[in-house]
Design a binder for this molecule. Structure first.
Ligand code: ADP
Ligand code: MG
Length: 271
């Protein structure tokens, strides 16, 4: 079943007139994971924030966005607020910006969940503890009483993933969720996202410039360059038989990096 459809999305800066996203269209089926790749500044985050209608006011957008056939582009900010969280949920690059620094984590979790569900405090706590344990967060109850700055970036990312497990959104958007993390935390966060894929029907938009992770996690790939979609296909086809020069460049660059890494490892083994 089709969950999300973006039709002819355009985003531009009203101050400069610069077009940031140009005529972008794509569809997302239930349970599928679409990766958006492209170098920094190609318009990946602006596209995702446009779906959530969370871009700054100075960025205007046109085009149609359908979530389960309902036109989000026609909704008011008040109606959109009810969609964000339960229906569209975004895991941000930096966990620290996602939580209010002046409250303990539990307050954020409660406020989010009570907007969408008729659950009592105790019920929320139980569900969150279970979800946090399932993403390998130990002492979940104590963690909920900490302020964001008392936790590591990896922990905050996993709390956002745990919240997504409880919310079970129709569409989960993960915008470079591992960029700010060390290698071990990156690996763990990707493992947890894979778990979400297995356990929920949610469709996922996964933004990353790490093609290794993309190849592991995505069913389809959309390649963006300078605000335009240059290629879109299933993951296997994109990696084995890329058509656009830019996609070939991205894949070859990754291959060169990976070969170089293997050579360095081999040399260090034989020295
Ligand atoms: N609020 C904004 N106002 C003006 N330009 C912006 C704004 N946000 C992003 N941009 C510009 O839009 C382009 C795409 O940005 P972004 O979507 O963040 O790229 P990325 O692909 O790295 O996520 C960049 O050139 C960026 O400078
Ligand atoms: Mg970005």
């Amino acid at each position: 079943m089709k969950i999300l459809e973006v039709k002819n999305l355009n985003v531009w800066d009203i101050h400069t007139g610069r077009i940031i996203v140009h005529n972008t269209s794509f569809k997302l089926e239930e349970g599928r994971c679409l990766a958006i790749v492209g170098e920094s500044g190609s318009g990946k985050s602006v596209t995702c924030r446009a779906i959530m209608k969370l871009n700054k006011r100075s960025l205007q957008q046109t085009g149609e966005i359908f979530l389960k056939n309902e036109g989000l582009h026609q909704l008011s900010e008040r109606q959109m607020r009810r969609k964000r969280g339960k229906h569209l949920y975004m895991i941000l690059q930096n966990g620290m910006t996602a939580f209010d620094p002046s409250c303990v984590i539990k307050v954020h979790l409660q406020e989010t969940l009570q907007t969408h569900f008729d659950w009592k405090e105790k019920e929320i706590e139980q569900k969150m503890i279970q979800a946090m344990e399932s993403v390998n967060l130990k002492n979940a109850k104590e963690l909920m009483h900490k302020y964001p700055h008392q936790l590591s970036g990896g922990m905050l990312q996993r709390i956002m993933i745990a919240l997504a497990l409880v919310l079970e959104p129709d569409v989960l958007i993960a915008d470079e969720p591992t960029t700010a993390l060390d290698t071990i935390s990156q690996y763990e966060v990707v493992e947890q996202l894979m778990k979400i894929r297995q356990n929920m029907k949610s469709a996922i938009i996964f933004i990353s410039h790490d093609l290794g992770i993309v190849q592991k996690i995505a069913d389809e790939v959309l390649v963006m360059k300078d605000g335009e979609v240059v290629e879109q296909d299933d993951t296997q086809t994109i990696f084995v038989n890329p058509q656009h020069e830019y996609t070939k460049y991205l894949i070859n660059t990754r291959r060169a990096l990976s070969d170089n890494f293997k050579n360095v490892m081999r040399e260090s083994l034989y020295c």
